[in-house]
Write a protein that binds this ligand. Sequence first.
Ligand code: DX5
Ligand code: ZN
Length: 222
Amino acid sequence: MKLIAPSILSADFTRLGEEIKAVETAGADWIHIDVMDGHFVPNITMGPIVVEAARKSTRLPLDVHLMIENPDAYIQDFARAGADWISVQVETCVHLNRTIQLIRETGAKAGVVLNPATPLSAVEWVLADVDYILVMSVNPGFGGQKFIENSLERIRRIRGMIDAAVPETQTRPLIQIDGGVNRATIARIAAAGVDVFVAGSAVFGSPDYKKTIDDFRAKIDA
Ligand code: DX5
Ligand code: ZN
């Protein structure tokens, strides 16, 4: 299963509902929503009220990426606002199992995110307890940054870790990539073993969303 998740961080916020509908019509699988607090990352973006607005604009799953300190305090709010998938940065979680549990108790799918320089071993013992692992391929905070090449090796290694930790009979977590995904990088990223492709500027910065998403799919399947 290969899924494309446009990040609304690069959408036109004066027309957010239309932008979400436009990528849905263009063939997006999920809507990725970047929540930043100005503490964990050097930028401030959206909160639960934006998720609530997005919920009213689409039937697609909403994937909420929390780049915030103390995520436990906000998980319920985001779930109530309509998040279907919620991911937390491992660097912000002192009690990671508890945080994953909190997400799952809301009924949402749970994910853990690794910054580009965070050792993969930080998630080794939760691989059987999560629905997805997000490997950041830029340092989080802004759209439009350059893809960090060694992310490809990190994807291959996390794939190996998942296969070793989670038996085939169990549903294995999806691997998601976020940052610098575009026409030039997506084929290599797909070949490394990614399931869910987040792309912000490459989708919303393009003149024809459908053409871009179709092109992504052709490159993923190639
Ligand atoms: C980065 C965010 C990303 C961002 C990706 O901090 O987590 O989701 O929107 O943007 P692009 O696709 O432009 O690199
Ligand atoms: Zn993101």
